[in-house]
Design a protein around this ligand. Sequence first.
Ligand code: NDP
Length: 317
Amino acid sequence: MDNNTTTPEKVHVLIIGSGPAGYTAAIYAARANMKPVLYQGIQPGGQLTITTEVENYPGYPEGIQGPEMMVDFEKQAKRMGADIRWGIATKVDFSEQPYKVWIDDEHLIIADAIIICTGASAKWLGLESEQRLNGFGVSACAVCDGFFFRGKDVAIVGAGDTAAEEALYLSKLCTSVHMIVRRDAMRASKVMQDRVLNAPNIKVYWNSVTDEVLGDHKVHGVRIKNTETNTTEEVAVSGFFVAIGHKPNSDIFKPWVDMDETGYINTIPGTTKTNVEGVFAAGDVQDKNYRQAVTAAGSGCMAALDAERYITAKGLA
Ligand code: NDP
């Protein structure tokens, strides 16, 4: 298949994105004979490819490396007959059916149904040390990686509900949690703030920023800078968690698909349907609450079933 052609290509079900949601949608759609075409996007395999061990995905009693799990998902989708391709959806036009999606700005696909599984990306501080030690003590998901720091000291950056929730989660596993808050107040809801402030092993550093994550091959500390006093201190920690928010990868859909003010796609509760008939959304791009591989996979399955029902009802099968 030459993907660089300018001639439009007609597909039945187009899946955009390749995390657990996208691959699961592809497995179900392929088994239902809907001949899905899946474009993998900027980060084939999604956020799991930047984690290390995954221990909470059912079916892997010994745990599995995130990248390896995504290779398994891809293999399974291919074995079912899904057409998995490299490429990034760069523009869409959902003004009339069948819908148009441009891949890499040049290849035009026309699809009966579309499943958006473009995920979300964790926001990072932008420090070189943070990037270098990512997966070696630096993480953006306490629920995924907190377990590896049982009985150890950790730091977390952020002051929203996610940071508060993750700090509390970590406080139950770790000896101490050092929470770095850039202002003199937290954005998190009052109840979450109270819980954080009352946790005996969470220490809050107000008006503070991360100067550096310390460690050559794995994290062994963090240098915290107080912006009021302009002083720094080094704290020994084994884990460094960043919880400053996520950005859903939904920009290209903005003109057409309803989303909340932060860019998460709105779906009709209990379904994966968006406001655009025949366009479905699954995984983290429509979920700011759970954000787990298993919940993303579950919603990918739902999206494939919703798409199949839509195609059958429309007589497009
Ligand atoms: P938020 O955008 O609410 O909070 C991000 C936090 O990170 C803010 O405290 C912000 O500081 C801080 N921050 C941002 N950039 C930096 C930086 N460069 N350095 C240091 N700190 C930084 O994101 P959340 O992920 O916490 O929450 C997203 C949404 O999901 C919210 O609406 C939240 O209420 C909701 N949510 C609800 C939950 C629940 O109800 N159980 C659980 C989790 C999330 P500042 O305040 O100074 O801007």
